[in-house]
Design a protein around this ligand. Sequence first.
Ligand code: XMP
Length: 519
Amino acid sequence: MSNTDSVVILDYGSQYTQLIARRVREAGVYSEILTCEASLEEIKARDPQAIIFSGGPASVLGEDSPELQQGVLELGLPVLGICYGMQLLAHNLGGKITASEDREYGRAELEITSYGDCPLWDGLKEQDVHNVWMSHGDHVEEPPPGFEVVAQTPSVAVAAMANAAKKIYCLQFHPEVAHTDDGSLILSNFLFKVAGLSPDWTMSSFVDSNVAQLREAIGEDEHVVCGLSGGIDSTVVALLLHKAIGKRLTCIFVDNGLLRMNEGEEVIGYLREHFDLNLIWVQAQDEFLGELAGVEDPEKKRKIIGYKFIEIFDREAAKIENVKYLAQGTLYPDVIESISFKGGPSAVIKSHHNVGGLPETMKLKLVEPLRELFKDEVRRVAVELGLPDSIIWRHPFPGPGLAIRIIGEITEERLDILRRADKVVQTELHASDWYRKVWQGFAVLLPLKTVGVMGDDRTYENVVALRVVDSLDAMTADWTRLPSEVLAKMSNRIINEVKGVNRVVFDISSKPPGTIEWE
Ligand code: XMP
C-alpha cells in the first residue's frame, strides 16, 4: 500500500469503529483498524498519514480505561478524536473532563462557533440546522491549552475542539453514523482539508491488498477449504482466495435438495465455466430429504439440516490433504458483537479458532476475508471480480433453504410446488424491474388447503403466500408496496401454471413484529 495514502483507526471499542473505516473507504482513502493497544511500532509500520481515535464505552476517568499510546502524538500526524477519542486526547493534553450522571444518547443540534475558520466545517451551510448523533457519558468541560472550541450543543459546551497548529481535531459526536447530517463531509474535510490526503483508493485496491494479505497469512503450502452456498458472499470469498492461492483452495458445494429451481446449476455452473476452481459438488439431496421426512417442527428442521451439512462437509473436507484453514463469508454485521478494544476487529484470520462441529483432528483456523465489509461493499467487490449481475444481485437465501418456506412436512411433491411458484415470483420481479429494488421476494407454501373453482370443478388445494420486503440489513423490514398489476400477474400465473395451488395471498406484515421468513 506504499503509494496510496492511508489512515490508521485506533479502536477503543466503539460499535461504530467499522463505520468510520467504511466512511473513510467511501471517501477513497485506505484505512486500517488497529486495536488501541497496538504498539507504536505497529502503528508506524502502516506508514499512516493520519490517525483517527474511535469512540468507546469506557470513561477516561475510570480505572483500567484504555490509554493513549505513548509517542503516538509525537509522530506529528493529523489526528481526529471521536467521542472517547476526544476525551482521551483532552485528558492527556491538560483539558478537564466531567463525568455526567446521565448518558446523552441521540440527536443533538450542533451550533458551529467558527464558520470560515475551521476546515472541518467547509461546505456546511451557516443557515442550516446541523443534527448530530451523540452517545456519551463524560464530556470535555474545558479544552486543553492550545485548543479552541469550534462547536457546541445545548447540553455540551465543547462539542468540537481544534488545535489547528498541531492538526488535532476532536468531535464529541459521531460523524460516521447516518444520523449525523453531513457527517461524511466532516470526515472528508478532516482527510482532505486537514490531512491533505488524496482520494486514490478504490475497490480494486481492496481486492489487491486483500489478496496480498491472504497470500501472506496462509503461507506457501497450506490448503484452504471453502463452503459455497450459491450466494454472493461465499462466491466472493472463494474468488479472492482463488486469486491468492489458486489450486490450494478447494470449494465444496453441498446440494441439500432444498435449493430454488436451477440454483446449483446457475451459480456453480457459472463458476465452473469461468474459473479454474477445485470444486466438489456434493449431491446430497436424498440424505437430507430422508432425514427430514415427516418432520414439521421448524426448529427440528433447522437442526437436522445444520448437523447434516456439517457431517457431509466434514466428510468431504477430510479427503483434502494438508487443509489448515476454513474460509467463511462472514460480513461485518455478523461480527459486530465480538468487537472490543482488546481484540480489535481487523485481522482477516482469527488464530486458534476451533470451528464448531469439525473434527478435533482438523483444527481448522478461520479465514474471513470479508469481515470488515458491509453487504453493499461486497457487491462492489463482486463487480470488481467480474461476477455477473445475476450473482451480484441475487437475493439472500437462508442456509436451510426451502425447508423453512414449506410450512409443515417437506416432501418432493411440496418442494416441486414451491419451486415452481417461487420461479414465477422471481421471473415477475425481474420482468417488472422490481427485483433489484427489493431486499427479498419469495413464495411460501402453507400447510393448508382451501376450496376453489376451476372450470366447472370444485378444487381443494394449496395456498401460496407471497413475501416481498424492503430492508437495509434484514434487522428490520417492511412489506414492499408492489403495484397491484405485478401482484395480479404473479397470482394469476401461479394459479394457472402451478398444479396444486388454487389460492395466493400477499403478506403485509412488517419486521418486527413479524420476521422475513415464515418458518
Ligand atoms: P428473518 O426471518 O429472521 O430473516 O427475519 C432475516 C434474514 O436472514 C435470512 N435467514 C437466514 N439466513 N440461515 C441463513 O443463512 C438461516 O437459517 C436464516 N434464517 C433467515 C432471511 O432470508 C432474511 O434475509
